[in-house]
Unconditional design. Structure first.
Lengths: 263, 132
């Protein structure tokens, strides 16, 4: 058994370095695409194929958030690593699992995407390129920056405007799309997202304000997004009232809190 | 305070205290969680027994009826207990969340290790065949 393990160690130690130089523009870069998925078996296959076509050789991690369908199997068949959570935890928790895994694996740049095909895989290289320019630890793909194609429902639009405005006021930088799950994180931002300071249910304007408090620079880049296929939203119906209230409270306490010392 | 309500109140307090002790003794209730209940029981018992203290506090808070002072403090203790539980639940929720994430990550690592072991076994078997 000992001998077996030794063989594995020596085998696994060598190949990743070769791959790294192929993957990133900078040889030491280790990338990972993180996709939280809940009951997305119908769509995740196409999403993964898109990513592999547009951003080949970047490892993909799907967080199967307690799905009741075949999300995990489909994702594995399409070449992704899969972490399965034993029950449904919600978007933020699933995403954070990915960030924590990324840190443990020594990933330097993590890109988060949605599993429903909303985010265009063609924009991934742009996000990565932008974050590799240096000086920035978070790049957010914004639907609204220089774009007129994305049209959410009036109520949703109002909520996004409100929180965008709040985030803009609090961070002193223009924030147009605080709810965007299409982000690239590195360095301190990645460590912050993997820590217990990360807002667990839906990271939104509160996380952007927290990043600003920690002195981490966030940049928005315009991306094209497709409308969510069946217009299924994470914050819909009666939950949206709770969501707005929770987010206002969350922003308020983030502003009240001292700057976390660790970051 | 009317003697009847006083007796009932004292009996309830004694019952509560005895019951909490019994639960702790049988390990149905952790010591940690029993403390707030015991404090509440003792406070209410003291208020129920001591007429002077109840009078004094009623005057202090401006209650016209001594029984309402009793109810008021009963409510107050319950609110404190509920708040305490909310804090505990929050802590537990955070712990469960971290554990869930860790379990997910560990399962994934176990699977990938299994694959690697199977792969290396296959490779060593095939290389063994070649050597023969």
């Amino acid at each position: 058994m000992r001998a077996d393990l030794k063989i594995i160690r020596s085998e696994t130690a060598a190949p990743p370095q070769q791959e790294e130089s192929l993957v990133g523009r900078i040889p030491t870069e280790k990338l990972l695409i993180i996709i939280p998925a809940y009951n997305e078996a119908d769509r995740i296959g196409a999403v993964l194929d898109d990513i592999q076509r547009e951003a080949p050789k970047i490892p993909i991690l799907v967080i199967n958030d307690g799905s009741r369908d075949a999300t995990a199997e489909v994702a594995r068949q399409h070449g992704a690593e899969v972490i399965t959570l034993p029950y449904n935890n919600g978007y933020g928790v699933a995403l954070q699992t990915g960030f924590r895994y990324a840190l443990q694996q020594g990933v330097t740049v993590a890109v988060s995407m949605d599993a429903d095909g909303q985010h265009d895989a063609r924009e991934i290289p742009r996000l990565i390129h932008e974050i590799q320019k240096g000086g920035i630890d978070v790049v957010v793909g914004s639907r609204f920056l220089n774009s007129k194609t994305y049209r959410p429902s009036p109520l949703r639009r109002m909520g996004m405007l409100l929180f965008g405005l709040l985030a803009t006021v609090c961070t002193g930088r223009r924030v147009t799309d605080p709810t965007s799950g299409f982000q690239a994180l590195r360095g301190r931002a990645l460590r912050l997202a993997a820590s217990d300071l990360y807002p667990p249910d839906y990271p939104d304007a509160d996380f952007l304000i927290l990043l600003h408090k920690c002195g981490i620079t966030v940049r928005e880049v315009p991306v094209k997004m497709r409308p969510s296929p069946d217009n299924k939203s994470m914050h819909g119906g009666s939950k949206s009232v709770y969501y707005v209230f929770k987010m206002l409270l969350s922003i308020f306490v983030v502003l009240l809190r001292q700057k976390p010392e660790r970051f | 305070m009317p003697p009847r309500i006083q007796i009932i109140s004292i009996l309830i307090c004694i019952f509560l205290l005895a019951y909490v002790f019994e639960l702790v003794r049988r390990r149905y209730l952790n010591e940690e969680y029993s403390v707030t209940w015991l404090v509440t029981g003792v406070m209410m018992l003291v208020l129920s027994i001591s007429d002077e203290l109840l009078q004094y506090i009623s005057n202090l808070v401006g209650a016209t009826l001594y029984t309402s002072t009793l109810f008021f403090f009963g409510m107050l203790f319950l609110v404190v207990i509920c708040l305490h539980f909310s804090i505990r639940i929050s802590a537990l929720t955070n712990q469960v969340r971290t554990l869930t994430q860790d379990i997910g990550i560990l399962y994934q690592e176990r699977e990938s290790l299994r694959k690697e072991i199977a792969k290396s076994k296959n490779e060593s078997e095939t290389s063994g065949v070649e050597n023969l």
